[in-house]
Ligand binder design. Structure first.
Ligand SMILES: Cc1cc2nc3c(=O)[nH]c(=O)nc-3n(C[C@H](O)[C@H](O)[C@H](O)COP(=O)(O)O)c2cc1C
Length: 194
């Protein structure tokens, strides 16, 4: 694995999107871990999670957007790299995260449409392996649809194995290394592409 501790010259802007509406979810902790690793590598970061995900159901025919939706779309448009995280609900990503990603349709006519030109790291949690792995694959399919570049490394995290403590510290070295590597790949692509 690459050395995340080596600061990079530029300061790419990395946006994390995901978790759950309740704060402190394990998915949010995993996203925070990736963003912290990205910051150690020299990035500026922003996490959109918790109340930032409380969005009306996306309706493409309705041009009205709430403040949270406008913020999310504006930050994604500025992002040099993106990290997505979802819990596995009934075998795939949660409706909350899918709804947030539906808003990426508002980036269709952007200078960089959707997620194009950006590496997108994906992570998924689950109460078991099957849900986590399938959710990771579903996220990557969405990234392809949005013209992003899924990173080679993704994380499927089985939270029944007690991966994070109450403060969000990752207790499992293998998971921590995987999340660090996602940060390395998102950052590396951002620097190579821009
Ligand atoms: C509505 C609901 C559906 C779920 N469905 C699945 C599932 O299909 N497969 C699975 O592995 N875990 C499932 N889980 C468990 C969550 O994926 C798991 O607890 C995950 O770690 C939650 O992460 P969070 O702390 O970010 O909310 C489900 C949980 C909920 C609340």
């Amino acid at each position: 694995m690459s050395d995340i501790a080596t600061p990079i010259a530029a300061a790419p802007f990395i946006v994390g999107l995901g978790g759950a509406i309740r704060s402190g979810s394990s998915t949010e902790k995993a996203l925070r871990h990736v963003l912290a690793a990205a910051e150690r590598g020299g990035a500026r970061t922003l996490l959109i999670s918790g109340e930032g995900l409380r969005l009306p159901l996306y309706a493409p025919e309705d041009p009205d957007r709430c403040a949270a939706a406008r913020t999310m779309i504006a930050e994604l448009a500025k992002a040099d790299g993106i990290v997505l995280g979802s819990p596995g609900y009934h075998g795939t990503l949660s409706g909350v995260i899918k709804n947030a990603l539906d808003y990426a349709e508002d980036l269709r006519d952007d200078g960089r449409p959707y997620f194009s030109g950006r590496a997108v790291g994906c992570l998924a949690t689950g109460g078991g392996w099957q849900g986590a792995v399938h959710t990771l694959g579903a996220l990557r399919n969405i990234v392809h649809a949005l013209r992003g570049w899924p990173t080679p490394m993704g994380a499927a995290i089985n939270t029944s194995e007690g991966v994070f403590d109450a403060d969000g510290v990752c207790l499992t070295p293998g998971v921590a290394a995987t999340l660090d590597q996602i940060a390395v790949e998102v950052l590396g692509f951002a620097r190579a592409w821009t």
